[in-house]
Design a protein around this ligand. Structure first.
Ligand code: 4NP
Length: 162
């Protein structure tokens, strides 16, 4: 199973999401069986480390995301990944526009996909402060837990192979 987490810049929300999900997967029976990556619908920050506030927030939660580098979402990603999971509705719209017709059913908002009832979107913390980044962490970590639960359920149902 391969999951791609998508936001706008790939320097705040999706790198935090990637870090939280990698950490939750490592602690689960799915360790080593799920590939996780992240990308941004925009390319302005390509090649950059995550935002310092995102790195600091993840570090406070014991997760090191300083080695991640931003990249822009590409059409080829829809062939490489089973799911393209988006932080908000704008990201989803932009990903949908880039996706081949056959892949559009595998583009989703991440939080509802992961079983969270609300909110549906991860708010952009870029112009905010530490409290906004902390709020993002709480959401991405809850979605990471929900993702592990969904994938374990799918594995038990035989939807994904052993
Ligand atoms: P992200 O946050 O999409 O969570 O990585 C943003 C990063 C950069 C910008 C906007 C949002 N920007 O406008 O450059």
């Amino acid at each position: 199973m391969r999951l791609l987490l998508v936001c706008l810049g790939n320097i705040c929300r999706s790198p935090m999401a990637e870090g939280a999900l990698r950490a939750r997967l490592e602690q689960s029976p799915l360790a080593g069986r799920v590939e996780v990556d992240s990308a941004g619908t925009g390319g302005w920050h390509a090649g950059q480390r995550p935002d310092d506030r995102a790195i600091a927030c993840a570090a406070r939660h014991g997760v090191d995301i300083s080695g991640l580098r931003a990249r822009q979402l590409q059409p080829a990603d829809f062939g490489r990944f089973d799911w393209v999971l988006c932080a908000d509705a704008d990201n989803r719209r932009d990903a949908d526009r880039l996706a081949p017709d056959a892949a559009r059913g595998r583009v989703s908002l991440w939080l509802p996909w992961a079983g969270l009832e609300a909110p549906a979107a991860i708010p952009d913390p870029y112009t905010g402060g530490h409290a906004h980044f902390e709020q993002v962490w709480q959401l991405v970590d809850a979605a990471a837990v929900g993702t592990v639960r969904r994938l374990l359920h799918d594995a038990e149902s035989g939807i994904i192979g052993a």
